[in-house]
Design a binder for this molecule. Structure first.
Ligand SMILES: [Zn+2]
Length: 385
């Protein structure tokens, strides 16, 4: 393919800077969506549209309309930059420092968004058509729960073969991330005046023993070979009373699990085992809004696409060929919008040029050499998948 890679990279870097210079906190993405839509028009995408939720989309048509689309997904919003004086450059400047672009959203997710858009533009510039339709999908509100992604999936009116999430994966292929489960574990006692503790039963002691036992028992939780170990974090502790001179009638702790290898039933059994013969009451569901999980032995994932999946193997081979070295497999620590596509049976992989460790930090950056490598991987994928 005849392509001017230097110009493509320059244009991609310039677009990343303009994206960073257009702040787009959740609910405030409209101006950025307009900027992206105008860019897609200028690059001569076959179709450009903003949906009712404010998600921006662009399609280039493939030669075979019977094939499901390849979707490149990123989000439009970002987290707050915090105190600007902590940054070495203004957070919305997109300044180039050495071989990095620095600014809020550079890593998560404006650099990867620009790479997706310019990889598609590369084909148009070279006068080539992909095999299947390729659709760019930039969604709103990822950082606050993913309403944009949910809306996109709910209203999808074309076949999708594979979704590529642009979330930072260091140009590796991320096959998923762990899921979240929470529960309150409550210990009941008998409340009395704090001056006569021997007349009551103070549940704080039972809780203390439980937490102590948890520190050793947590190693019994299983791990997933690619997505990593199940972790458990006791977070909030609450008692029934606000009075400092009354022993509590009950005390409870919120346990936060991240898991890719346990089920709701196995987590309940684990907590019972740790409690031993101390009576406990379990209330599961998110601690902020406990709606009981169903009784289930199904593994809790965010999303997981097995490495044996044909689509993974085909994408991995193409991306590797484009980059000039094998594309390694990995997973995400954080959660992504990919979890909202699971109910729709969409196959997903993550592939983005930035580092997960750069997401949501001061002086967030993306390395320009990684963008070049990713453009090459994406172009090969888009052309031949
Ligand atoms: Zn992100």
């Amino acid at each position: 393919m005849i392509l001017d890679w230097d110009t493509l990279l320059q244009d991609c870097v310039d677009f990343t800077q303009r994206l960073i210079q257009t702040p787009s906190m959740p609910f405030e993405e409209a101006q950025l969506a307009e900027l992206v839509a105008a860019e897609l028009q200028k690059l001569k995408f076959d179709q450009v549209w903003i949906d009712g939720m404010g998600n921006v989309n662009g399609r280039i048509r493939g030669t075979d309309p019977s094939l499901g689309a390849l979707v490149l997904n990123t989000h439009l919003d970002h987290v707050d930059p915090g105190e600007p004086s902590l940054w070495s450059v203004p957070p919305y400047s997109g300044t180039i420092v050495g071989d990095r672009i620095v600014g809020r959203g550079a890593c998560d997710i404006k650099g990867p968004l620009a790479v997706q858009v310019y990889s598609m533009a590369a084909l148009l510039r070279a006068g080539l058509q992909p095999r299947r339709d390729v659709v760019f999908s930039g969604v709103v509100q990822e950082e606050i729960g993913g309403a944009g992604a949910k809306h996109w999936a709910e209203t999808l009116d074309y076949d999708v073969d594979l979704v590529v999430l642009g979330e930072p994966s260091d140009n590796k292929i991320a096959l998923g991330h762990r899921g979240i489960a929470q529960m309150w574990v409550r210990f009941n006692g008998r409340s009395v005046h704090a001056s006569v503790p021997e007349k009551g039963v103070n549940p704080n002691y039972a809780l203390a023993k439980f937490l102590q036992d948890l520190t050793t028992a947590k190693s019994e939780l299983s791990a997933h070979e690619l997505l990593g170990p199940t972790t458990i974090s006791p977070t909030i502790i609450e008692v029934d009373t606000k009075s400092t001179n009354v022993t509590p009638a009950w005390t409870r702790v919120c346990l936060d699990f991240r898991t890719a290898s346990e089920s709701h039933n196995s987590l309940r059994a684990f907590v019972q085992r740790v409690a031993g013969d101390q009576p406990i009451v379990l209330e599961d569901g998110l601690c902020s809004n406990p709606t009981p999980y169903p009784s289930s032995d199904e593994t809790i994932y965010g999303f997981y696409t097995p490495p044996t999946d044909e689509k993974v193997q085909s994408a991995q081979a193409l991306i590797g060929a484009g980059m000039g070295h094998e594309a390694e497999l990995s997973s995400y620590q954080f959660a992504t919008d990919g979890r909202h596509f699971v109910p729709y049976n969409l196959t997903m992989i993550g592939y983005g040029p930035s580092l997960e460790s750069q997401a949501h930090v001061v002086d967030e950056y993306i390395a320009i050499p990684k963008m070049v490598e990713s453009l090459r991987g994406h172009v090969e994928l888009i052309q031949n998948y």
